[in-house]
Unconditional design. Structure first.
Length: 710
């Protein structure tokens, strides 16, 4: 009966409840027998298990294509296209596939009480052909020890292919021969010697090169930027809306140089006119030019701990396009007329010319808000004598009040309330970290964020929201899918242990409001960090696509990126398309822009990985001064190979290896995020407070080792 049910409905998933009903199973023994049979059929790969209690017919067959994931501990895996479930691949069955390679595998016959395994049968496409590592030069030969231990062997380098590299130097190597049946060697040639290992710039460049990200700017592109004419002609001003006499300012991080957005505000009758002015990069960077091709390839600026690797040449991003104070600048702007409740009464999109009156750092703007009585998260102050303190105090306080109204509506509409703190470092002139701290988003940050969200949403709606029967023109959207239902269920089970409840079924709005209630309830509690972390894991990653599905996290049906063209290529694409559509142009090619969206999403992920690695490097370097010292910490991650712990005072994270938990044999309870001792039943649970000692700080491996102080 079960077999027939799935064979007749090959594309449908069934829950236990549905199966019991369809097969008329009413008695408890019959239901339990069905559950056992379903488990057996899933074990034999006849069925695919979805979540804890959903099954569907396995129509994939034994041969699959997807991505190979290499692990330093030898626990390699394969993730099939359209799935997020890893399948184990033993080293002997890996065909020397490397991390990220696109491969074809065959599922192996399942052995009783063994996990599912796959064997690589073909490497379809190599993820990369460049590797970063440390050179070791002997008398007759040389080799590269790759960073990250993600290669089975070191890379052999013929002496004539060394490019002057010496032992102990970091180098970028191009692979010229892959392993084969005849030879297991990987052979490479040095294409760039980065410098001496351990030097700050060398290590930062190595992180970039490891992800295939550029660490130098091509001279030809810089030369092209230097030839650009920065002046604004009277004819160009004539073609634009003139905002030079309207109060305008920028608010950015204190060390920023690429100011790509500014806000203007003035009273128009009984309404507020707020202009969101964005640097008009596409006026200077024309499609298909050498500068454009380089920007498209990079797709994003990369922000490492101590430096920015810009998408555009420095002359463009920090000078010509940057909205510097007291300079006339070209912008593409969304101009809103808002009432006191931040309702949009009218808006329009326009090419403009502005002159910023003031450049604020976030801290300066925040200080003015606080001087006027704004306490983080509270409403608009109302000074008794209407005497606002500080430069542009009234304008800042008015924008803050409007932003809070917008934020309130967004949350009422089901937007997610993740407000994560970010780890930052102060570094000296040599790049050495002197302080580690968490940076929290305050009112001044949220003020800017809210108006950027409003502009992004408004232009996306203008293109995407069409009358019934009409077809929307092509636009790159910023999309964010609904959370993974299985991970939501696990979150629900996890938070119950702390005494919280949440919904995992119902409409999108009901689920997100329930998650928001949970985020509110955990504020300031010991378990806040851990519950926020587990909730974030249930979320999908946002990405770019011309196929709009809305943005779950923001609760917007239409959303795009328009506000940062200096540092993100999708924003430049959006500017060009909006200009084209304003002029009555036809819809652009969906295929062309989807390809660009996929590339931009991939590059964004690589940039984030590099940023995380640079933070990890500085974290290990910073903690090197505290070897042997003890700190209060909490468990921030649980894996089958050990415990991750985050120090409470400086937020640096390290690992307690399973080898060091020698007081018992511990089982990994993945479902409940904990390790459980077999004999003494000692439990290490995600979020638990522990005392740790710093044992090792290995900057080469970017590895921080802790031990637990009993």
């Amino acid at each position: 009966m079960l077999q027939n049910l799935f064979q007749q409905n090959p594309n449908e998933s069934f829950s236990y409840k549905q199966i019991f009903k369809l097969l008329h199973l009413t008695s408890h023994p019959a239901k339990m027998l069905a559950v056992d049979l379903l488990e057996e059929m899933a074990w034999d790969d006849y069925l695919q298990k979805e979540g804890e209690s959903q099954y569907r017919l396995n129509t994939q067959g034994q041969t699959l294509e997807g991505t190979f994931i290499r692990k330093a501990n030898g626990k390699n895996s394969f993730v099939a296209d359209g799935s997020d479930k890893p399948i184990f691949v033993a080293e002997r069955n890996s065909m020397f596939a490397l991390n990220g390679d696109r491969v074809r595998v065959t599922l192996m016959a399942r052995r009783e009480k063994h996990i599912k395994e796959a064997m690589v049968t073909e490497i379809i496409r190599r993820a990369r052909d460049q590797v970063v590592g440390q050179l070791k030069v002997e008398r007759d030969y040389a080799f590269l020890i790759p960073d990250g231990n993600l290669f089975v062997h070191d890379i052999f380098i013929p002496k004539k292919k060394l490019k002057g590299g010496k032992t102990g130097e970091k180098a970028v190597v191009k692979i010229i021969q892959w392993p084969s049946k005849d030879s297991k060697n990987i052979i490479g040639e040095v294409i760039d010697v980065l410098g001496k290992m351990g030097e700050n710039t060398v290590e930062m460049h190595a992180i970039l090169a490891q992800y295939g990200l550029p660490y130098k700017y091509p001279k030809a592109v810089e030369d092209a930027a230097n030839k650009l004419e920065p002046g604004i002609t009277p004819e160009e001003i004539e073609r634009r809306e003139d905002f030079r006499d309207v109060t305008t300012f920028t608010i950015d991080p204190h060390d920023a140089k690429d100011y790509d957005d500014a806000l203007s505000i003035r009273k128009v009758k009984d309404l507020w006119e707020v202009g969101v002015h964005i640097a008009d990069v596409s006026h200077y960077v024309k499609e298909g030019t050498i500068i454009d091709r380089e920007a498209q390839k990079r797709a994003t600026s990369v922000y490492l701990v101590d430096r920015t690797i810009p998408m555009l040449p420095e002359r463009l991003c920090n000078f010509i396009c940057s909205l510097r104070p007291d300079e006339e600048k070209l912008c593409y702007s969304v101009i809103f007329l808002l009432d006191g409740e931040a309702n949009i009464k009218q808006w329009h999109l326009a090419h403009t010319v502005i002159r910023s009156n003031r450049r604020f750092a976030y801290e300066e703007a925040q200080a003015i808000l606080e001087d006027n009585g704004v306490v983080d998260g509270t409403g608009q102050p109302a000074p008794a004598a209407k005497q606002y303190k500080g430069e542009f105090g009234e304008e800042l306080c008015t924008l803050d009040a409007l932003a809070k109204k917008l934020r309130e509506k967004r949350f009422a509409n089901g937007a997610m309330k993740f407000d994560r703190e970010e780890l930052h470092f102060d570094v000296d002139e040599k790049g050495k970290p002197t302080r580690a701290y968490f940076k929290k988003s305050k009112d001044a940050n949220k003020l800017i964020e809210e108006f950027m969200l409003l502009a992004n949403r408004t232009v996306a709606e203008w293109v995407g929201k069409v009358k019934k029967g009409q077809k929307a023109k092509t636009l790159p959207y910023r999309i964010h899918d609904q959370p993974d239902p299985q991970k939501l269920e696990r979150l629900k089970e996890f938070v119950v242990k702390f005494g919280y409840r949440m919904k995992t079924t119902g409409s999108k709005g009901e689920i997100s409001k329930s998650l928001n209630r949970l985020m509110d309830d955990v504020q300031g509690k010991r378990e806040q960090n851990v519950i926020e972390s587990v909730a974030l894991r249930a979320m999908m990653k946002a990405k770019y696509s011309v196929y709009n599905i809305g943005h779950y996290g923001l609760a917007f049906d239409y959303y795009t990126h328009f506000t940062s063209p200096i540092r993100r290529y999708p924003d430049t694409m959006v500017h060009r398309l909006l200009t084209k559509y304003q002029e009555g142009g036809r819809s652009a090619s969906k295929e062309k822009y989807e390809e660009l969206c996929e590339h931009s999403s991939d590059m964004e992920q690589l940039a984030q990985n590099a940023e995380r690695d640079s933070i990890k490097y500085k974290m290990v370097e910073f903690m090197g001064q505290y070897i042997g010292e003890e700190f209060d910490a909490h468990i921030s991650g649980i894996t089958s190979y050990g415990i991750y712990a985050e120090i409470d005072s400086n937020h640096c994270e390290g690992m307690v290896s399973m080898h060091d938990l020698d007081d018992d044999y511990y089982d990994f309870d993945e479902r409940n995020y904990r390790l459980v001792g077999r004999r003494r039943h000692n439990i290490y649970q995600l979020g638990d407070a522990i005392r740790i000692r710093v044992e090792k700080a290995n900057v080469e491996k970017r590895q921080l080792d802790f031990s637990i102080v009993k």
